[in-house]
Ligand binder design. Structure first.
Ligand SMILES: NC(=O)C1=CN([C@@H]2O[C@H](COP(=O)(O)OP(=O)(O)OC[C@H]3O[C@@H](n4cnc5c(N)ncnc54)[C@H](OP(=O)(O)O)[C@@H]3O)[C@@H](O)[C@H]2O)[C@@H](O)CC1
Ligand SMILES: [K+]
Length: 457
């Protein structure tokens, strides 16, 4: 069982391709199922202690994993029962079923057990569970003290994170071979509980990774304020939003932050205020320009945005500015570009996403030739070259006014510090989440911006 941070994410088709490649290279599907079932049995043994275990087996290879795990737990002297929705249908599952010498109870009437293992459906689920199977799963999950899903909870769609009907919230999900989008994307992710990967000995390369703690080492000894990165934030109608973003950029490690469009000084004094004009925007030391927080959507906002787009600085576009551009207007810029839309801003810019948030973010990245931070309770970061990073469940206290301004400021600081756009975006999302975790409940965005400094430590 390994934690999932930093590990690859594979869709059902990519997982099947990895499995096919392993089979072509000489590892049988039965061997893979033995490895999967052994890993599940091992994890269940550790998690369940001496409690009785009930394993639910479905008709496909997910059920096959369940039979293998049951036989291994029995051989290890554990108290284990099996209930099934029907006979296994794949050759590997039929072979695995033959290894289980105990009774197979009908699912509908199976008695509960303190530990429930769901091996009904995995990556092959193509539609909602029938009413009887869904009801039995719900009933047995409610009556268990510990619920463990094999690969994915039965009833979640592996690739897009949607759920078919009622799916119980599991305590633990044992991802076989690699994490899948459903382990990270909502609403499915909320049904998975703690996700651990059971390695099954096949290479699982992917262009999609799970967000990991970034490298946030201190500046080198010879650093000065401009080598650490200069961020310029464009102020709009709501000065507070730009000021929050600027504060976030300072606390995320930028060496020099300037607020363009503001001339009246107020705290913090480290924030440099300048007029928004051609001279200020032409400053070659600007490592990242941020526009959008509190910008407004009036003519002045449009004019400021045009000025920002006309520069060749690395650019972060957030908030209101995302309502004032089109992907076509953005895609021919040459400097690094990061867009940070929430669902509403994403829909305004790219249209309502059809299908998976991961696929939608990837398509948007290509259309705008930008790194997209499609933020929300789950955040997908996608680059135009196809690489993507998924951040799992966010701290729900981040749903506070100004939280997005802080994220944009943090990302701008990391971009100005010289990271690639995808890395800057990922590091910003990580820092933002870590700052929230450190603050505890009901913080305000001003505190969140300050807490970025501690989160870097
Ligand atoms: N990839 C790997 O490397 C490895 C994968 N392994 C394991 O294999 C799992 C994938 O196995 P799988 O493809 O057999 O699919 P699985 O989810 O068991 O069930 C699909 C079956 O159910 C059916 N069906 C679908 N929806 C239904 C519904 N609502 N209600 C009723 N029936 C429904 C569907 O048939 P259909 O009716 O759609 O034709 C099909 O018969 C994977 O999650 C992992 O656990 C490991 O063993 C080894 C290494
Ligand atoms: K399952």
């Amino acid at each position: 069982m390994i934690p999932i941070a930093g590990t690859p994410v594979l869709t059902a088709a990519e997982m099947r391709a990895a499995e096919d490649a392993a089979i072509a290279a000489g590892t049988s599907v039965d061997t893979l199922m033995q490895r999967a079932g052994a890993g599940v049995a091992d994890a269940v043994r550790r998690l369940a202690g001496v409690n009785d275990v009930l394993i639910l087996c479905g008709p496909g290879n997910n059920g096959g994993d369940g039979y293998v795990a049951a036989a291994r737990l029995h051989a290890a002297g554990r108290s284990v029962r099996v209930a099934a929705s029907g006979e296994p249908r794949t050759p590997a599952a039929i072979a695995a079923r033959a290894l289980w010498t105990g009774a197979v109870e009908p699912l509908a009437t199976a008695a509960p057990a303190p530990v429930l293992v769901d091996a009904l459906f995995g990556t092959g689920l193509s539609r909602a569970l029938d009413a009887e199977t869904g009801a039995a799963l719900g009933r047995l999950a409610r009556q268990a003290n510990l619920t463990i899903a094999v690969d994915v909870p039965s009833g979640v769609a592996t690739d897009d994170g949607t759920v078919f009907g009622e799916v119980p919230a599991f305590h633990v999900t044992l991802a076989l071979g690699a994490a899948k989008p459903a382990h990270l994307l909502q609403p499915a992710a909320a049904r998975c509980g703690t996700v651990r990967v059971i390695p099954i000995g096949i290479p699982t390369d992917s262009a999609t990774q799970i967000l990991a703690r970034p490298d946030l080492t201190a500046p080198p000894v010879d650093a000065h304020k401009f080598t650490r990165g200069m961020v310029a934030v464009v102020r709009g109608r709501m000065a507070g939003a730009a000021q929050l973003a600027a504060s976030a950029a300072m606390h995320a490690g930028a060496g020099y932050v300037t607020l363009l469009g503001a001339t009246i000084p107020s705290a913090p004094h480290a924030l440099v205020r300048r007029r928004l004009d051609a001279e200020a925007l032409a400053d070659p030391r600007i490592g990242a320009l941020l526009i959008g927080p509190g910008l407004g959507r009036d003519d002045d906002a449009c004019a400021s945005l045009e000025q920002a787009l006309a520069t060749d600085h690395p650019l972060v576009v957030d908030g209101d500015a995302l309502h004032l551009v089109t992907p076509e207007r953005l895609c021919d810029r040459h400097a690094p570009l990061i867009l940070t839309p929430h669902a509403g801003e994403f829909a305004a810019l790219f249209g309502a996403p059809a299908g998976s948030k991961l696929a939608a973010a990837r398509d948007a990245a290509v259309r705008a030739q930008a790194t997209i931070v499609f933020k929300g309770p789950d955040t997908v970061i996608a680059a135009p070259d196809g690489h993507a990073i998924i951040a799992g469940e966010a701290n729900s206290w981040l749903s506070t006014a100004g939280s997005g301004d802080v994220l944009a400021g943090a990302i701008a600081a990391l971009l100005a510090g010289g990271r690639r756009a995808l890395d800057a975006a990922a590091a910003g999302v990580w820092l933002h989440g870590e700052a929230a975790r450190r603050l505890g409940p009901a913080f305000i965005a001003d505190d969140l911006a300050v807490a970025l400094a501690g989160a870097r430590a």
